[in-house]
Design a protein around this ligand. Structure first.
Ligand SMILES: [Zn+2]
Length: 377
């Protein structure tokens, strides 16, 4: 199914903030002659933008400028105490934890990221159908209401889902294919049955008891009214195009159909790519293109094409740009029109089948065919 154009929302301020160079905590290693540039930097977004502007499908991308999230926007999800801590950190800069830094004066860029997501959402709602892609940083899906985590300072996806609910949409589905578990978004909607959260991620478990106690495991299924509405799909390290596509077709798309959302939000990270420094999965450009193509068709079928795409991770600054381009072309339903420079990973079909069937077999929310049980099993 083809979509005529893809509306892309961007704000130049998202390029303005920088994390100090170094491995993860900004500390240079005395062993290294050449220090590593912080991977969550503006380069990766600059390359996504240039790929979209220079690629053969450039004339099908329509660019719009976003805005800065206001205090009220932020408080729609985050706590007043947390917003206060962001404002204080903005004065001198602060490491919130080992991976998450706000430089002095950086809050402007963070507000631009979150506000641009909301601007893209408003466009989807006003157009009453269509896809909008918020090309932003820092990423969003690890941030909780009162906590920064994993480069994420504001959870723009959670803010957008709540804004869509406030605008009158009854059911929102969030599909997160960033290679990391979307713990902040999971936490935001764990008690709710009006927001279905589906996360496909590498099986990294919890990385911090303090900021990231969630494991992303299959038994985190939601709580109370939300029981059954949190669908984690952790995949082994090394999962590639065929595992992701198999899960998409066997589990994610049927679950979306059963849930019947009024809007789909995609947490669109490219860090499941085969060359990502922060990921251990092996998607290629073709794999991202296929995921995007399938979910855009699903949005067309289920909710008049209403879909908000939010940029999350993707930390190889070159390959992220190419994979994000392939993803965007997939959302259009158009063939991939840029060659893959490097993919060579041969996926063993038996291993792919075994990976998917083992995950389905141990999942409390899925029957043996992979069908989602909305009641929580
Ligand atoms: Zn990620």
């Amino acid at each position: 199914m083809r979509h005529d154009k893809l509306d892309i929302f961007f704000h130049p301020d998202v390029l303005s903030m920088r994390t100090p160079d170094g491995l993860f905590d900004g500390a240079p290693s005395p062993l290294l002659e050449v220090q590593m540039t912080s991977v969550e930097g503006p380069d990766r977004i600059a390359n996504i933008r240039s790929a979209l502007e220079r690629g053969p499908s450039a004339d099908r991308f329509e660019w719009h400028t976003g805005w800065h999230a206001t205090d009220d926007d932020i408080l729609s999800f985050h706590t007043p105490g947390y917003l206060k801590s962001l404002k204080e950190a903005d004065e001198n800069g602060r490491w919130f934890n080992k991976s998450t830094f706000l430089p002095a004066g950086g809050l402007k860029g963070v507000r631009a990221g979150a506000g641009t997501i909301l601007a893209a959402l408003d466009h989807v709602l006003a157009e009453d159908g269509g896809i909008a892609y918020a090309l932003v940083r820092p990423p969003t899906h690890h941030a909780a209401a009162d906590m920064a985590d994993g480069y994420c300072l504001l959870n723009g996806v959670a803010m957008a889902a709540l804004r869509a609910r406030a605008a009158g949409l009854a059911r929102i589905a969030i599909v997160d294919w960033d290679v990391h578990h979307g713990n902040g978004t999971q936490d935001a909607f764990f008690d709710r049955d009006d927001v279905l959260f589906i996360s496909m991620h590498m099986n990294h478990g919890s990385w911090s008891d303090e900021t990231h106690p969630q494991t992303g495991e299959v038994d985190e299924i939601g709580r109370g009214a939300g029981r059954g509405y949190n669908l984690n799909l952790p995949v082994p390290f090394g999962a590639g195009d065929k595992v992701y596509d198999g899960l998409m077709t066997q589990v994610v798309l049927p679950a979306l159909k059963a849930f019947a959302p009024d809007l789909i939000i995609v947490s669109n990270g490219q860090d499941a790519s085969q060359f990502d420094p922060n990921g251990r999965n092996l998607l290629s450009m073709a794999g991202f293109h296929q995921l995007a193509n399938r979910i855009a068709d699903s949005a067309k079928e289920l909710c008049d094409g209403r879909m908000l795409v939010v940029q999350e991770g993707g930390y190889n600054p070159a390959y992220t740009g190419l994979c994000a381009y392939a993803t965007a072309v997939g959302f259009l339903g158009a063939p991939l029109d840029v060659p893959e420079p490097l993919a060579f990973y041969p996926e063993n079909p038996d291993e792919v089948r075994r990976t998917i069937s083992e995950l389905i077999a141990r999942h409390p929310l899925l029957d043996q065919t992979g069908q989602w049980w909305s009641t929580g099993g």
